[in-house]
Design a protein around this ligand. Structure first.
Ligand code: NAD
Length: 554
């Protein structure tokens, strides 16, 4: 009884805005049951194509140019994306140039916006927790970046948790400052987190919701005005999410959302003179943007991620299963996917490899545990396989054949989960190294083995790789862990028996290391590093010492 009364009292005291927002969530009355959505994930098809628009200066706009996206599962032209070409970038440039370098808010300007973003995050997290909304985004992701329901829902879950983390006062805590006493009375120095002002976010196809939302919200939290460009193949997901964010209170002028090809976006970034660009994608484009934008970038680029199985053999089934998930979930299209597996010789007495093979063979197109590869064709992957097989001592462990009985269009790739063994000494040879460590963004891994006395060679290989994103050291031997961790740099490294290479939840930093341009995603530290810079204000208000006189020149 007391509890009921207390609840009633709490409700009576709740701020009107929050109450009216929650009661306005009468989802069953709106189109498709969702008050923000303009598409229905399951209904998009060749005969009922969906349209994706651009958001500029607070208005959703069409352009004359449509980019037609083919359904990755059957080749039907199922989404029409309104793309901006080089002649259409001016309204975006104008809008960004209206934002000053000191941003839309900072600790000295419109601090109430920190609170507003706390509220928006709480509401958006609540929306994503509603089963209908959760399912809508999961299925929409599956339509454009085919992966299993569980993998797609993982993205929605992480996004929701991230938004929960930055509800309430957590956004203003991101802008926490510190003070240090000065040299004399009236002097104190204070360090503040300052925005960059107009900024850009460019993201790839493989995580259509998680990467853009986490980076976009980070940019907004710190006071920036972002323009967001997601790969057109999947931008429908973020277009719908923008509508959800507006529904949850995001001012419509706060973000520009553009669909374009890479060349147009490159031109826009140069003309708009964005103060910071967060790029997630291939190293080729990352390096180009770093040059074009004179270093005003933070990069999340390619991953050629390795896993080392240590000398202590245990939990063989578990380790085999994690290897399978790391290499082949999302058809290997995670930047954190296991690209190279180093196996200590002690594992050769086990049936690890045959277990990995069995697990890989369980994957099928029906439930999308294997599926289309969106940026590498079947032909390219088979060619790569053949080149690796020419290396002396190499052999096909499993896979290596095109998928059968499917209607995936030939612009996309479709191969079985594949593993190729290459001897360690061969990997290290100058003429083989670049070939063996080439990132194939599909279900493809290289496997090798090593003896205890060859650990320095393994460490040499990981030192010579150019991408240092994720890594896993599978061992509970503290001295082995120490040796490997102390002699490597990957930014997100899992260590211990349960180590994996994939997994970018909201609760730990995810990003490359060893590069001053390296970005991060997910945590308060990542947001502060990527989306704000340091500003020091030194208060020096006096009073002057009594009898102060002008001293001699120095
Ligand atoms: N480090 C990470 O967190 C992370 C996460 C996901 C993917 N990736 C990497 O992304 C790659 C796969 O994605 P992809 O092949 O689609 O990458 P990509 O570099 O081809 O494209 C990424 C985005 O950049 C845009 N783009 C292309 N050229 C551009 C230019 N000149 N200026 C501005 N924008 C441009 C594209 O339209 C797309 O939106 C892999 O290498 C993968 O490892 C990295």
């Amino acid at each position: 009884m007391n509890r009921i009364l207390a609840c009633r009292e709490l409700r009576a005291r709740a701020p009107q805005t929050a109450l009216s927002w929650f009661s306005s969530l009468n989802i069953s009355r709106s189109v498709h049951g969702l008050p923000f959505a303009t598409v229905e994930a399951e209904e998009i098809s060749g005969s009922q194509p969906a349209e994706v628009l651009n958001l500029v200066q607070g208005k959703w706009k069409k352009t004359a140019r449509w980019n037609t996206i083919l359904d990755p599962l059957n080749g039907e032209p199922f989404i029409k994306v309104c793309e901006v070409d080089e002649t259409g970038i001016q309204p975006f440039v104008e809008s960004l140039s209206k934002c000053p370098k000191h941003g839309l808010h900072n600790p000295f300007k419109a601090p109430e916006r920190y609170l507003m973003f706390g509220d928006i995050s709480a509401k958006a997290a609540h929306m994503l927790s509603l089963p209908k909304v959760f399912d809508f985004f999961t299925r929409l992701i599956q339509r454009v970046a085919p992966k299993s329901y569980q993998q797609a829902s993982g993205e929605v879950y992480v996004t929701r948790k991230f938004l929960e983390n930055f509800a309430g006062d957590q956004v203003r805590f991101l802008a926490r400052s510190f003070g240090v006493p000065g040299n004399h009375l009236g002097q104190q120095s204070h360090g503040f987190r300052w925005p960059y002002g107009p900024v850009a976010i460019v993201t790839p196809f493989n995580f259509p919701l998680e990467i853009p939302v986490l980076q976009l919200m980070g940019a907004l939290y710190m006071g920036n005005k972002p323009i967001l460009k997601v790969d057109s193949k999947v931008s429908i997901v973020m277009e719908q999410m923008m509508r959800l964010l507006h529904y949850c209170g995001l001012p419509i002028e706060d973000v520009e959302f553009i669909n374009s090809d890479g060349k147009t976006m490159n031109k826009l970034l140069l003309e708009a003179n964005t103060r910071m660009t967060l790029f997630t994608g291939s190293s080729r484009v990352a390096e180009k943007l770093a040059l074009d934008l004179k270093g005003r970038v933070k990069l999340e680029d390619a991953g050629f991620d390795w896993k080392i199985l240590g000398p202590d053999v245990q939990e063989e089934d578990y380790v085999a299963w994690v290897c399978d998930q790391d290499a082949y979930a999302c058809s290997g299209q995670k930047c954190s996917a296991q690209s190279m597996l180093f196996i200590h010789e002690n594992w050769s007495k086990t049936s690890l490899l045959s277990k990995m093979k069995d697990l890989a063979e369980r994957r099928n197109l029906e439930d999308l545990t294997i599926g289309p590869v969106l940026t590498v064709t079947t032909e390219t992957m088979l060619e790569h396989k053949n080149k690796l097989l020419q290396i002396s001592g190499s052999k096909l462990l499993f896979g290596g054949e095109p998928l059968k009985n499917h209607s995936i269009p030939p612009i996309y790739g479709a191969i079985e989960p594949t593993a190729i063994y290459v001897p360690l000494e061969e990997i290290l040879k100058g003429n083989n190294f670049d070939l063996v460590t080439r990132e194939i963004f599909g279900p493809f891994q290289v496997v090798t083995d090593y003896r205890s006395d060859q650990l320095p060679l393994v460490l040499d290989a990981v030192e010579r790789m150019h991408a240092h994103l994720t890594a896993a050291v599978v061992s509970n031997d503290p001295l082995f862990l120490q040796e490997v961790i102390g002699n490597s740099v990957n930014g997100t490294t899992y260590a211990g028996l349960r180590a994996r290479t994939t997994g970018a939840p909201q609760n730990h930093w995810f990003g490359p290391a060893g590069d001053p341009r390296g970005a991060g995603i997910g945590t308060p530290e990542a947001i502060k590093l990527v989306w704000s810079c340091h500003r020091e204000i030194i208060y020096d208000v006096g009073p002057l010492p009594k009898q102060w006189e002008i001293p001699p020149s120095t």
